[in-house]
Design a protein around this ligand. Structure first.
Ligand SMILES: Cc1cc2nc3c(=O)[nH]c(=O)nc-3n(C[C@H](O)[C@H](O)[C@H](O)COP(=O)(O)O)c2cc1C
Length: 490
């Protein structure tokens, strides 16, 4: 590892390091190294990790804050100033998650964006215009009929003087208004009047998110070209409830904004690509299921990377706790059978990337009622049947996409198994990864962790990629897919 130049650190960071080093009885350099290691291996909490990596990398780079790289939520390198000169109009809706937008504003501004804020009346019940104004360093807009602004039709100006409109939290109400063209307050009028891209970060109770009306509105908005980031699954702040509906974290929203605003070439524009991600859950009875340790991090990162290159990505995700990637149409499923149906309904496609860890077996007959423990009867025996092989099915399908990529997660004989899979499943290449505890990747390993080391197995041979973050694997794979698709006419 490169040596760490402590003397170049900010005084504040130096003090912190000194204090921690004293507490742990080690040198400041050892403390910085330990923090980098903990952050990279995911032993610290997410928010702490980001701050720790920032500080540690600043130390490693031996440079001042402005020039140093920082590392975002999923290990993706970002550069301070990555949103330099970009104008974001943030519309804050009335939900508990409104408090997270204070951090979002800070994160956007530290990357160089200017942030103007519109707050709905309901939003002002959750956070004050005072806090928002102080963080955005601008006045906050709240009133459609503002005498001061409307002499020159301020709502039109607000909607046009921005590069991107971001709604966070996007309430069920704001989604309904936008999907139906309502314009009865400043937020909805600005959204209707804009000619700029719009990103929604929904947040609501899982029942509200799952309601057919919200689902209809979401589908309409996606058809209208509105981008989404999240929501994720997790605990709801307000109600001791868990499920899908939690707003994406501020850094995930920042990543989505960067992806939407990056002006890089889009070699996959016009290509439809199906990606599967996460585990499947195979029910035993209404409360129990068979699952695996897949987190969906790699599959979701690939979907996001393909979308950044301009692809129209259709993601089929098993049950995961991470947010839907921005700019990707995500369908949520539970079982292998549902995943297969969802994938088939998305054909035709230019390419399909099967990253999901699909259960090989399911119970022959899932019980309709919870299986009860009966004294003296012993444990129930589960009869298993094989699940459909989604990769092989698509690899040999009459409407096979031009490029089919499979993933092989193996704990032994990695290459031999991947080569056998390549032949049997009709794939163009297999991305093989070692998911054994001995893989030496992080403390949590490949499944669930943030890093991966893959081999690309194709008829041409085996290409070994170095260990890297899952986002980096995703970016390289997306570039490889773009290269391969250039030679394929569908
Ligand atoms: C305590 C509380 C929490 C709420 N949280 C949410 C929420 O997370 N998401 C949501 O869509 N609505 C939530 N609502 C309901 C909205 O505030 C309500 O629909 C409001 O009309 C939304 O207005 P807006 O869309 O103009 O911001 C909540 C209401 C209350 C009282």
């Amino acid at each position: 590892m490169a040596s760490i130049t402590i003397r170049n650190l900010d005084d504040e960071v130096k003090d912190l390091l000194r204090q921690l080093a004293a507490e742990n009885g080690c040198s400041m350099e050892e403390q910085a190294r330990a923090m980098i290691r903990a952050a990279v291996e995911g032993r610290a909490g997410r928010a702490d990790r980001i701050d720790q990596i920032e500080e540690a990398l600043r130390a490693l780079a031996g440079s001042k804050e402005q020039a140093a790289p920082v590392v975002a939520a999923a290990g993706r390198p970002v550069v301070r100033g990555s949103l330099s000169g970009k104008r974001i109009l943030l519309i804050i809706g009335g939900g508990i998650a409104a408090y997270k937008t204070l951090d979002l504003i800070r994160r956007l501004r530290e990357r160089g964006a200017s942030v103007r804020v519109v707050m709905t009346a309901a939003a002002q019940e959750f956070v004050t215009t005072l806090s928002v104004g102080a963080l955005s360093a601008d006045r906050v807009f709240t009133d459609l009929f503002d005498r001061h602004d409307e002499h020159d039709v301020g709502h039109i100006r607000l909607s046009r003087e921005a590069d991107l409109l971001v709604v966070a939290p996007a309430t069920a109400d704001l989604m309904a208004k936008l999907a139906n063209g309502h314009a009865n307050d400043l937020a909805s009028t600005v959204l209707l009047a804009t000619d700029k891209p719009v990103l929604l970060a929904p947040a609501m109770n899982p029942k509200m998110w799952g309601h057919p009306a919200t689902r209809r509105n979401r589908a309409t908005l996606q058809k209208d070209g509105i981008a989404f980031v999240g929501p994720a699954r997790g605990e709801m702040a307000e109600s001791n409830e868990a499920g899908e509906g939690r707003m994406a974290e501020p850094l995930e929203i920042v990543a989505a904004i960067e992806a939407l605003l990056d002006g890089r070439p889009k070699p996959l524009a016009g290509r439809r690509i199906i990606v599967t991600s996460g585990p499947t859950h195979e029910p035993i009875d209404p409360v129990r299921y068979i699952a695996n340790r897949s987190s969906g991090k790699q599959g979701h990162a690939i979907a996001a990377a393909l979308a950044r290159l301009g692809a129209d990505v259709r993601l089929v995700s098993g049950p995961v706790t991470i947010a839907d990637p921005a700019g990707v149409l995500t369908t949520h499923v539970e079982t292998a059978a549902e995943m297969k149906n969802a994938v088939e309904s998305m054909l035709p496609a230019d390419a399909a990337v099967f990253v999901a860890a699909v259960a090989d077996w399911r119970t022959a007959n899932a019980a309709g009622e919870k299986i009860k423990k009966v004294p003296g009867k012993g444990p129930p025996s589960l009869q298993m049947v094989e699940n459909p092989d989604i990769l092989a099915g698509i690899g040999h399908h009459a409407r096979r996409p031009g490029l089919v990529v499979g993933f092989a997660a193996e704990t032994q004989d990695l290459i031999a198994n991947a080569e056998a899979k390549l032949k049997k499943k009709g794939a163009d290449f297999i991305v093989a990864n070692d998911v054994s505890q001995e893989s030496g990747i992080g403390t949590s390993g490949v499944m669930g962790g943030d890093r991966n080391k893959v081999r690309i197995v194709s008829k041409a041979g085996v290409e070994e990629w170095p260990e890297m973050g899952k986002d980096e694997v995703a970016a390289r794979l997306a570039t490889l897919i773009a290269e391969r698709l250039k030679t394929i006419v569908v």
